[in-house]
Write a protein that binds this ligand. Structure first.
Ligand SMILES: NC(=O)C1=CN([C@@H]2O[C@H](COP(=O)(O)OP(=O)(O)OC[C@H]3O[C@@H](n4cnc5c(N)ncnc54)[C@H](OP(=O)(O)O)[C@@H]3O)[C@@H](O)[C@H]2O)C=CC1
Ligand SMILES: O=C1O[C@H](COP(=O)(O)O)[C@@H](O)[C@H](O)[C@H]1O
Length: 686
């Protein structure tokens, strides 16, 4: 039985550390109806949710609220409403990425409103509260609600005065509660914004990725008000640098991503003032202790949450993790380590790396020191949108199977070579660099069954299932290529092996095409084609879904080889979603042509698209794990590619050479043709 008490209108369930408050349109309201129902009908409800404030202008339409714990950070809130048709739209500048999980629906036209709300453990100022706007069709009256939620608490007591304040303010000013003893949730360490801080250490700060992506992404988050009030950024690397030198280096790659902001320069200066540098070796506990001392100074006695971003080559991951964990992890808050790809070269090396990592860190969020494997493609806007497109549009989901889909293509192309990264690349090749991770992750999201919910674990469970249903790739189903020198317009473009860091005669593929199959009921026999290459004629990343022919098509006579529908999700550049349809050419005759129904993001949305690293860093800070790779996903991914990688290397398969800037090896067309597929990115109407 759950005991409860009421303090200043705030209902507190002792066992669950739950505070539930409700504010009606008339002012402060009674909580009894919510809490009574809540307590009595929700036996398995959450532990460790400190507060829900339900700020409702449509009080009468809600007669119960239930919270169900789903994961560490995701809760389900259900309220019964009257004639409610609801859509949520986060309306802050920087909605928490966990707003991903907001949705609502009317169940079979009944009066029941289900609201799934993902709560996140730490909310920077602007990111903290999310206003959810509900459009209701009740009696033609437009109604709105705001739900403000925060979780995570530590060692604090609530008083009626505090509670009053919350209710007066109406929105979020969270009274602390004591979490139950048994819950060692890291979320509970960062509750009070005045008492907690986040320190982000970019390990390998002098490197390419740090300069190009990580610091700019952190700045963009700062710019958008998405970093916590108290935060510090440390660069860590072997290079000798002062704070000022780091700032100069970083400032060169910072941009004002959002146009027309007048105070950008000022913001940059403020951001740079929060950046510091600590030189050190990656395997030196002593150097990490120095870092720890420096971090502590900046944390100034607050509850310290620490994020380490390992932007270093993979051969030094474990050293750095060991030292960070033993000498620079937080004693009072969480410690999270983001590990970059490549994570291993094959199944064995990846499993060995995971084992080593697990000596120092855990994967499960309930622990205080955790690691997360990043795949930045999961943070790309259109990859995020894939599930929305499929699961929230009736016109797509029913078609998402072998019954209607002929083949699916995942295409990655870059119009530049390995410039500057040849040393790294030669040890991995394009299959490990792009296919085994980025493209396969997109494939898994594309092909998975409907997850139970949008909770990270539910999604990752479905991804693993689909990966495990796939046939390991065969050598016959792979084509590899390598770019060679080419002169165009008087400019000579280098061959891959011209790179001084690449061994002469290297057979490492810079291009690969592959045909994969998912042996399950939904996708049996459907070819999933992948193509990835460097130094090609253009830069793009896209998903192409080619549909089957219309059976008994009446218009067969009007066009030779009537094209089938194709859905294109262009991840980059020029983010867009378009559907190729057959259409009548206007006029008196009956002629068909192919046209696009086109959702071009730049034309539709004025807001700039955030870089993938922004989303992922924010998620890492917030403890949202949906976009990070679980180690069983990683194992499944390696199982698919390891055998063919071994075959390629053992048999010293010579890649097909293609000119720099071309469309890649002809072999990829033969591979596609074997499965009666034509690559969608060819031709003028792509
Ligand atoms: N660059 C990119 O576009 C992408 C990179 N990644 C991954 O991110 C990580 C970092 O990439 P990137 O920044 O390109 O890597 P870099 O080669 O630029 O290395 C980063 C830093 O690590 C240190 N370092 C480099 N080589 C060694 C070595 N052999 N021993 C010890 N320290 C070394 C250097 O710092 P110092 O000498 O100062 O210590 C260097 O500045 C890698 O795992 C990479 O695979 C993933 C996606 C894209
Ligand atoms: O992970 C990698 O990704 C980049 C491409 O990333 P994008 O976001 O610019 O599309 C690729 O160049 C690099 O080789 C690879 O390691």
């Amino acid at each position: 039985m759950y005991q409860t008490r009421t303090e200043g209108g705030v209902h507190v369930s002792r066992e669950t550390s739950l505070l539930l408050a409700k504010r009606t349109d008339k002012g402060r309201g009674s909580l009894s109806e919510i809490s009574r129902d809540f307590i009595s009908t929700t036996p398995n409800f959450l532990i460790n949710v400190p507060l829900l404030i339900f700020n409702s202008q449509v009080d009468r339409s809600i007669d119960s609220v239930h919270l169900y714990r789903r994961t560490q950070h995701i809760y389900t809130v259900c309220g019964r409403c009257t004639n409610t048709m609801a859509t949520f739209s986060p309306s802050t500048h920087c909605p928490s990425s966990s707003a991903y999980s907001n949705n609502s629906s009317v169940i079979n036209g009944s009066n029941r409103l289900h609201q799934r709300i993902a709560l996140s453990s730490i909310r920077p100022k602007q990111c903290r509260a999310r206003k959810l706007s509900l459009q209701q069709s009740s009696n033609g009256v437009s109604l709105s609600k705001a739900v403000h939620v925060q979780d995570g608490a530590t060692n604090m007591k609530t008083s009626s005065v505090e509670s009053d304040k919350i209710l007066k303010d109406g929105i979020l000013s969270v009274p602390p509660v004591t979490p139950p003893e048994e819950v060692k949730d890291i979320a509970s360490f960062d509750f009070d914004k005045d008492k907690s801080t986040v320190s982000i250490t970019v390990v390998g700060a002098s490197g390419d990725l740090a300069k190009k992506k990580i610091f700019p992404a952190l700045f963009a988050l700062y710019y958008e008000g998405c970093l916590p009030e108290h935060f510090t950024i440390f660069g860590y690397a072997r290079s000798k640098m002062s704070d000022a030198e780091l700032r100069t280096m970083v400032s060169k790659t910072l941009t004002c991503r959002i146009d027309q902001r007048e105070n950008c320069g000022e913001k940059m200066d403020q951001f740079l003032e929060r950046c510091f540098y600590q030189p050190g070796q990656y395997d030196s506990e002593k150097n990490f202790l120095e870092l720890d001392r420096n971090l502590k100074q900046h944390e100034a006695g607050r509850v310290a949450n620490r994020l380490f971003y390992l932007s270093i080559p993979p051969n030094i991951f474990i050293d750095a993790v060991k030292c960070a964990s033993s000498s620079a992890s937080s004693a009072s808050g969480w410690t999270r380590v983001i590990v970059e790809k490549p994570f291993g070269r094959d199944s064995e090396s990846s499993a060995a790396l995971t084992r080593s990592l697990k000596q120092y860190l855990d994967e499960d969020q309930i622990f205080r020191q955790v690691f997360s494997l990043i795949d930045h493609y999961l943070g790309k806007e259109l990859v995020e949108n894939l599930s929305v497109l499929r699961f929230s549009n009736l016109i797509f989901e029913p078609l998402w199977s072998r019954q209607y889909i002929r083949n699916v293509q995942f295409i990655f192309a870059e119009d530049f070579g390995t410039e500057g990264r040849g040393g790294y690349f030669d040890n991995y090749g394009i299959i490990r660099d792009i296919m085994q991770n980025h493209l396969l992750q997109i494939l898994a999201l594309f092909a998975m069954e409907t997850p139970v919910s949008l909770d990270a674990e539910d999604i990752r469970n479905e991804k693993v299932k689909v990966l495990r249903s796939m046939r390991p790739l065969r050598l016959d189903d792979v084509v590899v290529g390598q770019y060679k020198s080419h002169t165009r317009g008087g400019v000579k473009y280098p061959a891959y092996t011209d790179d001084k860091t690449v061994p002469g005669g290297s057979l490492t593929p810079t291009f690969a095409a592959a045909a994969l199959f998912i042996d399950n009921a939904r996708w049996d026999g459907v070819p999933f084609l992948m193509k990835a290459g460097k130094a090609l004629h253009d830069r793009r990343a896209e998903i192409r879904v080619q549909f089957r022919h219309v059976p008994g098509n009446l218009y067969n006579k009007n066009i030779i080889d009537l094209a089938t529908n194709e859905l294109v999700i262009r991840v980059q550049p020029d983010e867009s979603i378009y559907l190729k349809i057959n259409n009548k050419v206007p006029g008196l005759g009956m002629r068909l042509d192919r046209s696009n129904l086109n959702l071009l993001y730049a034309a539709r949305y004025s807001k700039e698209i955030p870089d993938a690293y922004e989303r992922l860093l924010l998620d890492a800070i917030e403890g949202e794990r949906r976009l990070f790779i679980r180690s069983d996903e990683l194992d499944a991914a390696w199982s698919l590619f390891s055998p063919v990688l071994k075959d390629l290397e053992d048999n010293k398969i010579v890649p097909e050479y293609y000119p720099y800037g071309s469309r890649g090896p002809v072999g990829s067309h033969y591979l596609a043709a074997r499965y009666k597929v034509r690559w969608g990115d060819l031709g003028s109407d792509q």
